[in-house]
Design a protein around this ligand. Structure first.
Ligand code: UD1
Length: 344
């Protein structure tokens, strides 16, 4: 049976996906401790979460690279039942410029947390934020979990691959560790209340925050990176998943582990909608829901972009009993509502 009073630690819990997952966990009655170093998030996100859930949140500002701090933290939280590990740096371009910071942050944080969990010497459930970036340009679409892992295009992507391998090796040697990696496709959108959402630092590199900022007049023009790809309208295709659907996938994965329904003590799942949308379709969706004519031009291809990626979600549907429910239009509507709120 699911024990809803299970104590779950959410690292990076004030980030984009983390904060939406905290909301879902709290609404299901889990006891939460949020850990975040605020390196790419804001303390105000706590207020946003509280406004939605009307519950108090235990929050600790901890840099997980610091092993002593992690040790002290877990000494005070020995009654933990599960960890959802979001804490990581995530900007692809930045990771190319400062690879050592990415390797140090993303890998040492994970290692420190796993070391302390091992010391607790009791069964622990662990969910890891991975990415569809591990597949590169897949041979077959939609992408199943059987697809081979490609050499990473960026240090960021490589940290996701290395972290998955670290968890696999640890799960082999430590049978107390029950772990699931969730390979996210492209998370977009915001909570329908517009109390929490994505907070990109500087000029957004991802499509949807750039679109909403252009819609709000913060950016003068959107450049579509290439319209000569071998796709229906020439632009790239991605699987854009509403962040609330993605947050719910974490609850499903956690419940699978808490209920001991898992097959082996390491599993991995693709988390997307199963539907590919082109860059131009995303722009059209934004124009429809906002009634704004977006100022965009077609530019050259962006180096490193893959042509097309969308998930086969059957494994997650069958084993996690999870399905995405929200449409691209709903995601764009929530992203736009959030953008309008923060640009006021
Ligand atoms: C990127 C990362 C991926 C990460 C994901 C998180 C790269 C190469 N990959 O994926 O590792 O997990 O974000 O969300 O950066 N686009 C434009 N104009 C823009 C911005 C984007 O046309 O101003 C296009 C891109 O060329 C791409 C699509 O929109 O075809 C989606 O881009 P983006 O949101 O950056 O996501 P990914 O590249 O799929």
């Amino acid at each position: 049976m699911i024990n809803h009073s299970s104590k779950i630690i959410v690292t990076g819990g004030l980030g984009f996906i983390g904060s939406h997952t905290v909301v879902e966990l709290q609404s299901k009655g889990f006891e939460i401790v949020v850990v975040d170093d605020l390196s790419n998030s804001s303390i105000e996100v706590l207020d946003g979460i509280k406004k939605i859930t009307k519950k108090n949140i235990v929050f600790e500002n901890i840099d997980l690279k610091n092993h002593n701090l992690v040790e002290d933290f877990f000494n005070r939280h020995k009654d933990v039942d599960g960890v959802i590990h979001f804490a990581a740096s995530k900007a692809v371009g930045e990771s190319v410029k400062i690879p050592l910071e990415y390797y140090e942050n993303n890998i040492s944080s994970l290692v420190n947390v796993l070391k302390e969990l091992q010391k607790l010497n009791k069964p622990i459930n662990f969910i890891f934020s991975s990415s569809c970036t591990v597949y590169g340009q897949a041979e077959r679409l939609p992408i199943t979990e059987k697809e081979s892992i490609k050499k990473a295009e960026s240090p960021y992507g490589n940290t996701k691959q290395i972290c998955e391998e670290i968890i696999i090796d640890t799960a082999k040697s430590n049978k107390n560790l029950n772990a699931i990696s969730l390979r996210y496709f492209n998370p977009i959108g915001a909570h329908e209340s517009a109390e929490i959402g994505e907070l990109p630092l500087g000029v957004p590199q991802n499509l949807v925050p750039f679109i909403t900022q252009a819609g709000a007049g913060i950016r003068s023009e959107l450049t579509v990176f290439g319209n000569d790809y071998p796709t229906s309208d020439g632009t790239c295709i991605r699987d854009f998943i509403h962040v609330v659907d993605l947050a719910k996938a974490h609850i499903a994965a956690l419940n699978r582990l808490l209920n001991k329904n898992h097959g082996s003590n390491y599993e991995f799942y693709n988390i997307g909608t199963g539907k590919g949308s082109s860059v131009l379709e995303v722009i059209k969706s934004f124009e429809k829901i906002s009634k704004i004519k977006l100022n965009y031009k077609i530019g050259p291809r962006r180096i490193g972009d893959i042509i097309s990626a969308y998930a086969d979600t059957s494994k997650a549907n069958n084993k996690l009993k999870w399905n995405s429910e929200l449409s691209l239009d709903q995601a764009m509507k929530s992203a736009w509502k959030w953008q309008q709120k923060i640009s006021k």
